[in-house]
Design a protein around this ligand. Sequence first.
Ligand SMILES: C[S@@+](CC[C@H](N)C(=O)[O-])C[C@H]1O[C@@H](n2cnc3c(N)ncnc32)[C@H](O)[C@@H]1O
Length: 306
Amino acid sequence: MISTHDELTERDGEFTRSGTSAPLNDDAAPVRFDATEEESRRIQALAGSSRGSMRLARLLVHQPQLVIHAAKTALRGASAGLRADHTLSWLIHVDTVRQVIPNGGMGATWGGLDTFMSLVAKHVAPTAHALELGCGGGRVTRHIRPLVGTLVANDVSDRILAEARAATVDLAPIDFRVTYGLGDDLRDQQFDAVIGHELLMQFDFDELLRFCSNIHRSLKPGGLLIASVYTFDDPGEMAQHMGMIRDHGAGARSPFRVHRMPRRTYQDIFEACGFEVVEVQRSRADEYQAKKTPHTNFVLRRRVEA
Ligand SMILES: C[S@@+](CC[C@H](N)C(=O)[O-])C[C@H]1O[C@@H](n2cnc3c(N)ncnc32)[C@H](O)[C@@H]1O
């Protein structure tokens, strides 16, 4: 199931698998995920210009049906064990991006996919039946789809999944599914690979143990989990993180409710859930459009029982 490195080619810093193409700057995307520097600056300025309640009010005045949607999503998550739901934060983010880029998508200003996608291309077989967890607006889904055989992509909100559908209409079929909670709805031994970019950092310690146990259960023996999280490893990273919280705030305006732990703690959690570590790579700071501490990307394998 696991592909070998010789299937990979590196072209101008873009990782593709021979015979497929997954360029990280895809001009054909029906939704834009690559804000210019000027657009990023304007989006940041807008995001920081008004209080969380104002941004929330703007969204709900324009789309009042989201009140019911957000309440239902939060209740369903809470009943399935989630302490906090972030849906409104993501929808506010999408609304902010659209004010500057009318066809812009969730994460248009984020960047930071090179290392993560190179690991997916390197380790996941082209025939894999894969699950993307927390696909958001489809930004990463676009790059995953050409690299796998079949793809299921989930998220907690059908509004957010509508964004991802629109962003991937030009690609091979993707089975989009609404999920909730901590992965209890995943079926046993279903997937060759589970891929989650910027998903697991939303859960705290015990939520993560349960989610990762469910992911482990959903993988075929030998199957892979490729996940990005934020870690505290290098000197000064705690101070930098505090700066982000100071500048971007918390609550509805900013989805900065990030659980961030040392890499070793994440590794302990993954191992406790039955995974072995295949590879860990930190993204490079220059992959990101914004100044931020890079993700730590884990490639984990469900152990094959002897
Ligand atoms: C930071 S965004 C990342 C989106 C996308 N992976 C990307 O990198 O562009 C996190 C996404 O996880 C989704 N999410 C939050 N809780 C979730 C859960 N319990 N199960 C699946 N997705 C969840 C959010 O709705 C949001 O779309």
